[in-house]
Design a protein around this ligand. Sequence first.
Ligand code: ARG
Length: 513
Amino acid sequence: VSTQCFFRVNLKVMSEISAGPGTVNFTINRELLAKTVLQQVWKDGSAYGAKSELFSAVPRQKAVIEFSSPNIAKKFHIGHLRSTIVGNFIANLKVALGHEVVRINYLGDWGMQFGLLGVGFQTFGNKEKLKSSPLQHLFEVYVQINKAAEDENTKKLAKDFFRKLEERDEQTLSIWKQFRDLSIEEYIQIYKRLGVHFDEYSGESFYQEKAQEVLKMLEDKGLLQKTIKGTGIVDLSEKKDLSTVSTVMRSDGTSLYITRDLAAAIDRMNKHSCDSMIYVTDKSQSNHFQHLFQILKLMGYDWAERCQHVSFGLVQGMKTRRGEVIFLEDVLNEVRSRMLQNMTSTKTTKEINDPVETAEKVGLAALIIQDFRGLLSSDYQFSWDRALQSRGDTGVFLQYTHARLHSLEQIHGNAELADVNVACLQEPDAISVLQHLLRYDEVLYRSSQDLQPKHIVSYLLTLSHLVAVAHRTLPVKGSAPEVSQARLCLFHAARSVLANGMKLLGITPVNQM
Ligand code: ARG
């Protein structure tokens, strides 16, 4: 059976295959189905699906994944949030499938804005505030100095500050380094709330000097051309008629965003010798990455073909009560407080041990599912109300299903698969759940091919709907012991697969809500 085909027949669970006029009939052996699925879920646990034969021909690889990558002293916009959750998902998925992953956060930590920021801090800065809330304070200073930057003197001071930075003046560098270090420290804490971590915090600053080496290499390879204005360009057109060019050097000889990216890519490959390099940003940077990969190719780096830009669409209208989103923390606080309010109004918080933490996890699930439901490339209109609905296809519904399944096990205890008579799982609603569980590996496979989370999302939503039906028609309480044990096993398997899938998406399943 081809692993590529949309309709996959799992022969392990078939008892009969017969041909009719123009049709092929497959008969499922229900007992075999129950036994196969339940045993596999029990045996593989959190690796269920990932150990399927669908992946046996896929070689284990190493991927460098760059995501999130906010700019210091600037806004953390919704694009950065999307990059964070998408990159995290891709990394989780690859790790689950046995690949090695390096997670990189490439900060916007260099450029003229640091000249302004440096001068701004001398004028408006406060050391205490910088220590206690660096992201907020640096942003405020940056806004203030930008207003003042109209005047020529400030402009000159900022230029001087940045020039000293570029010349590696020790004192200037140490101020810059403090901005950077404190910002990273705060970011690490906030990412933790999202369940996200990075192996490396890199940034444009690292490649400032290396970018000069890249320019030298481009020149040596005859790829660098000078315009009349003195800027350096690379001709990317097929006919070499300058119909498509990429500017890699300013007229004063300094590097640009793309030059630093060239240096960063070469460095990453040298350091990690990976099989693939993935960049996750919104689609407004598609051209940038296309140019980046093209230049690398022209430079003779064949691995440029293994570089990939995973792009996503724009999200409109995400606002918090404080107004426009400026900090990641605002989004997290907002979703938590909105969810807490919903939970309190439906009076479910009483029995919960830690309602605030639960609200955060459920709220994040809501954000992630709203974002991951469609194709990543599509734009969408953000809505708190739609995301946080308890009914319908939301992250709240997934969390609710998980909590409900968990409490079933709390009440009735864990069933032991070894003692269970799978023949008790004959009802159509049980079979539907089992058949769905059997197909989990297929959605993992699909998502691993196109790196789209939507396959897993719709799978988990369907699973939750099937479970809701089974919950109604297949009671555990009040059934004969043999039947209720078998059903408990079925629900346990459903919870286990649901939890696995949620974790891949970056959601922490809750046990109560
Ligand atoms: N800091 C950039 C921004 O906020 C994103 C960086 C993307 N990664 C890269 N290697 N260029 O737009």
